[in-house]
Design a protein around this ligand. Structure first.
Ligand SMILES: [Zn+2]
Ligand SMILES: [Zn+2]
Length: 584
């Protein structure tokens, strides 16, 4: 990875923020300060809480210190020395214990006069590379994201090489705020969150139409590419996750529950209890499906798709509407392949990506991660797999970046990075080749010579989470979904109550042709009805009065206000059906 990546710049700026805070607020305790998408934050335990009014002063101090940040100098220290240095900071002491527990090196990074406990990942010379800084907001954040811990102050900020880039970013933020799906979603009656299930969306009727329309399209494409769909248990014994290896890595992020089968006896409730976990991913269950019977080389590739509910116990402070939810569904699939099928299968997946994204007028690029240092498995498998993926990527003509060493420890991966209408980039889907899980589950197929061979598996999701994808689409379209996705495609607006009957007949007719049509039967003036339909972002408004009834027709207006004039019903039907089919 190049040292001057934006992420390194932003993380360097978190150090700068910390340096300024320590100067202005001696005795404030620093905790952690990572780079995040488009910026950075630092969580700090202030003696006296600060507010956003304090930010300009801190920003000013950062600018003063910046010229001294000419580089980052690091040293490795022993546990004892590290604990001496940070003896007054219980948070850093906890972090040091954690580093020691993982048998990792304790490293300190200094820039200017400021030194901090850090794992690294900085720009070479911040004083030259950081051209514009902005502190954005202050928020509360629990230490380690746990509500049992103390509430800290989180300062968010961002920085760029030039002021122009910062200004563009701030303008984009302003527009993004208007389009926030957490605001638009409830306004359009798509979804909401209830305090009794934090991070888990309730889909309202209109939102569920969006959800199921997207799912249906996704299923069609999967069918076309030879996938068959499975559904597997949501609740599994911890033994399943021990076999897959997730128990060790993932347990803290899972919803777990000891389940007793000694019902009704509260004393003994937990005696003989078994631990169950709600699945955070589908992989282990998919392995069981493959392992159900002896497979032949002729059965491969075997493509199982699954869209079951997944749950991850994300820290409450990180929840962010549909973007980061605790319950979600992926357009997930596990494709079991022979080693010689990597190239062809990956080529097919590339075609699917194209088909599944072309419906939204969204651009994407790909990120190719190759073997990390601590990878598992045979070198020759890695060589072949990486070569195959690269061949397909090169042939595809798609834009991609290579990130050496950024693959998973069990295989190379390709991520999909989506660009929305505001120019923001989102990681959505991912394709990961895996030689390890099939081994953990002792999966076998019989090859041409009758020998038992372990297959490889491709974990892949193309939209990623449907929830998150709908969040992205909501902001990308600013709530004005294309016709094929719109929860209400046509709304009929009777001019007076006496036109209601005919309007309902038209709606029935449109519905019988598969359209999503409604009638605004309120005794309101037409202008008020038009206004409401516009707020609800319905693509077609059909106005009905005496003239329309006489001609068995509708006057059509589009959401953008374009008047299409009086259309007879069959003309109108043909027009919208064409648009829906073409996903205009
Ligand atoms: Zn650092
Ligand atoms: Zn998987």
């Amino acid at each position: 990875m190049s040292k001057n990546e934006p992420e390194h710049l932003r993380h360097s700026c978190a150090h700068l923020l910390a340096a300024a805070v320590i100067k202005l607020y001696p005795g404030a305790l620093l905790t952690i300060g990572p780079a995040i998408e488009d910026g950075f934050y630092y969580d700090i335990d202030f003696k006296k809480p600060i507010t956003s009014e304090d930010l300009p002063k801190i920003e000013e101090e950062m600018r003063k210190i910046l010229p001294s940040f000419t580089g980052f100098f690091h040293r490795e220290v022993a546990e004892k020395e590290a604990k001496e240095i940070f003896k007054n900071n219980l948070y850093k002491l906890e972090l040091i214990d954690e580093i020691v527990g993982k048998n990792e090196k304790i490293t300190l990074y200094r820039a200017g006069e400021f030194e901090d406990l850090c794992r690294g990942g900085h720009s070479d010379n911040p004083s030259k590379e950081i051209g514009a800084i902005k502190l954005l907001s202050v928020a509360g954040a629990y230490w380690r994201g746990s509500e049992k811990n103390k509430m800290l102050t989180r300062i968010y900020g961002t920085c760029f090489p030039t002021k122009k880039e910062l200004d563009e970013y701030l303008a984009m933020l302003e527009e993004a705020k208007k389009r926030d799906h957490k605001k638009i979603g409830p306004e359009l009656g798509l979804f909401f969150f209830h305090e009794t299930s934090p991070g888990m969306p309730y889909w309202l009727p209109k939102g569920f139409i969006l959800y199921s329309t997207l799912l249906e399209f996704n299923r069609q494409v999967h069918k076309k590419f030879g996938y068959t769909e499975i559904a597997t248990p949501i609740l599994n014994k911890k033994e399943l996750y021990e076999t897959s290896g997730h128990w060790h890595h993932y347990r803290d992020d899972m919803f777990l529950s000891p389940m007793s089968f000694l019902r009704g006896d509260s004393e003994k409730h937990l005696e003989g209890a078994e631990t169950f976990g709600i699945k955070p991913m589908n992989c282990p269950n998919a392995m069981n499906v493959f392992g159900l019977q002896t497979r032949s080389y002729r059965d491969l590739p075997l493509r199982f798709s699954e869209t079951s509910a997944l749950h991850r116990f994300e820290p409450s402070g990180t929840l962010n509407g549909l973007f980061r939810a605790r319950e979600f569904h992926q357009d997930d699939a596990h494709v079991f392949i022979r080693n010689d099928q990597v190239e062809e299968e990956f080529g097919k997946i590339m075609e699917m990506i194209k088909e599944l994204y072309s419906a939204f007028n969204l651009n994407y690029r790909l990120r190719f991660g190759t073997r990390p240092e601590n990878h598992m498995g045979e070198e020759k498998d890695w060589d072949q797999a990486e070569k195959s993926l690269r061949t397909v990527l090169d042939k595809s003509g798609e834009e991609y970046v290579l990130e050496e060493g950024e693959g998973a420890f069990y295989g190379p991966k390709v991520d999909i990075l989506l660009k929305d209408s505001l120019g923001r980039e989102w990681q959505t889907g991912t394709i990961q080749l895996d030689y390890q899980q099939p081994k953990n589950f002792k999966l076998r197929y019989i090859d041409e010579s009758g020998k038992q061979v372990t297959p490889a598996v491709m974990h892949r999701a193309i939209y990623g989470s449907f929830e998150r994808f709908i969040g992205i689409l909501t902001e990308h379209y600013n709530g004005s979904f294309p016709l094929w996705l719109s929860p209400i495609q046509v709304i009929l607006l009777p001019i007076t109550d006496k036109h209601n009957k005919y309007a309902n007949e038209v709606a029935d007719k449109l519905r019988s042709e598969g359209l999503r049509a409604q009638v605004d039967q309120r005794s309101e003036r037409l202008q008020a009805k038009i206004r409401e339909a516009t707020l609800q972002k319905v693509p077609y408004l059909g106005i009905i009065g005496d003239k329309e009834i006489e001609n068995n027709s509708v006057s059509i207006r589009t959401l953008s206000g374009e008047d299409l004039g009086i259309l007879n019903l069959s003309q109108f039907l043909q027009k919208v059906k064409e648009e829906i089919d073409k996903k205009v």
